[in-house]
Design a protein around this ligand. Structure first.
Ligand code: NAD
Ligand code: LMR
Length: 355
């Protein structure tokens, strides 16, 4: 497969080599699963990020074509492609940030946990290679079920003696992005100005929006709270599942089903969310202060070993994990439900590696 860096260097084009040299400041980022529904737009958006100097695109299929395509973008990041497991280690050596959207997505009728049998093994293999090749990298895990794949990654790193809880982050940013959008929609606000903390995990009832802590401060009716909580918790299913949500828009004669209906799950909004989160990680690595986002991490915020909540990112990854803050009765009940389901998902991930 074409390794574009090699092709460029071998071509004898001095200017191409200059470009590669000129891009030496900045961070090295690998995307694993780069040819997929999330991976492709994520690769495109990361190529546009001025903090990225080198972008490695790895997949078990189609990585060369995606790499060739992305590499033509006139931004400074140098793009290299890696195809198949024999090139996984080369894709990882020297990386500062590794983003993992590798694995299968849901089809209608499936839960995220139904993906465990396939994706658990994929994440395990990838993390074993990270432990060997770039154990100091920040790892952003997107592959579902995130509630289990993050514990899997942690166990693999522990086994290899390189686990740093600050550096392993489950990406729950899409829940926050959705929550900001849906709250803005019903309150008539600009979504860019809305900040909804979403804690717990990334599946169904484990996705717990803290609507009492929305910024700017909003007062919701109980009907609005029920609607928003349900919609945020089932945002993923709305994209996957026919009839999960019917849009009534004036210019369509009939109501339309908005789901992908068998053609996969969220990819574009996820790529957007993943880039928002990855960019935050890179700004924090650069030394920017006050970079705070929700993420699913090893945590002592509850009695569970992993939990999503607001964290402050810094040069070493997660520098500080914030407590949940005051919850109302509705949120306290939601928290109990979330913890019950999360406990099982965490245990399932841990057992998968320990067995
Ligand atoms: P996709 O099928 O379109 O793409 C997945 C890619 O992973 C494919 O290109 C495939 O070849 C690749 N792949 C498979 N096995 C691999 C391996 N061993 N090594 C490297 N690459 C491998 O799926 P998608 O829509 O991009 O979704 C990917 C994952 O992200 C799914 O598990 C999905 O559930 C999850 N997801 C998570 C969130 C979140 O909020 N965390 C949101 C959306 C989707
Ligand atoms: C999402 O929230 O969109 C993802 O977790 C994909 C899914 O299966 O819903």
């Amino acid at each position: 497969p074409p390794n574009l860096q090699m092709v460029e260097e071998d071509s004898g084009l001095e200017r191409v080599n200059c470009r590669a040299k000129g891009a030496s400041s900045g961070f090295k980022v690998a995307i694993l699963g780069a040819a997929g529904g999330i991976g492709q737009p994520l690769a495109m958006l990361m190529k546009m990020n001025p903090l990225v100097s080198v972008l490695h695109l790895y997949d078990v299929v189609n990585a060369p074509g995606v790499t060739a395509d992305i590499s033509h973008m006139d931004t400074s990041a140098v793009v290299r492609g890696f195809l198949g497991q024999q090139q996984l280690e080369d894709a990882l050596i020297g990386m500062d940030l590794v983003i993992i959207p590798a694995g299968v997505p849901r089809k209608p009728g499936m839960t995220r946990d139904d993906l465990f049998n396939i994706n658990a093994g994929i994440v395990k293999t990838i993390c074993e290679a990270i432990a060997r090749c770039c154990p100091k990298a920040i790892v952003n895990i997107i592959s579902n079920p995130v509630n289990s794949t993050v514990p899997i990654a942690a166990e693999v790193f522990k086994k290899a003696g390189v686990f740093d809880p600050k550096r392993v982050l489950g990406v729950t940013m899409l829940d926050v992005v959705r929550a900001n959008t849906f709250v803005a929609e019903i309150m008539g606000l600009d979504p860019r100005e809305v900040d909804v903390p979403v804690v717990g995990g990334h599946a169904g009832v484990t996705i717990l929006p803290l609507l009492s802590q929305v910024k700017p401060s909003c007062s919701f009716t109980q009907k609005e709270i029920d609607y928003l909580t349900d919609r945020i918790q089932n945002g993923g299913t709305e994209v996957v599942e026919p009839l999960a949500r019917i849009l009534r828009i004036d210019y369509f004669a009939d109501p339309i089903d908005v789901a992908k209906a068998g053609a996969g799950s969220a990819t574009l909004s996820m790529a957007y969310a993943a880039v928002k989160f990855a960019d935050a990680c890179l700004r924090a690595l650069r030394g920017d202060a006050a970079v705070v986002h929700c993420a699913y991490v090893a945590s002592e915020v509850t009695e569970l070993p992993f939990f999503a909540s607001k964290v402050r990112l810094g040069r070493n990854g997660v520098e500080e994990i914030y407590p949940l803050g005051p919850l109302n009765e509705y949120e306290r009940a939601g928290l109990e439900k979330a913890k019950k389901e999360l406990a099982g998902s965490i245990q399932k991930g841990v057992s998968f590696v320990r067995k």
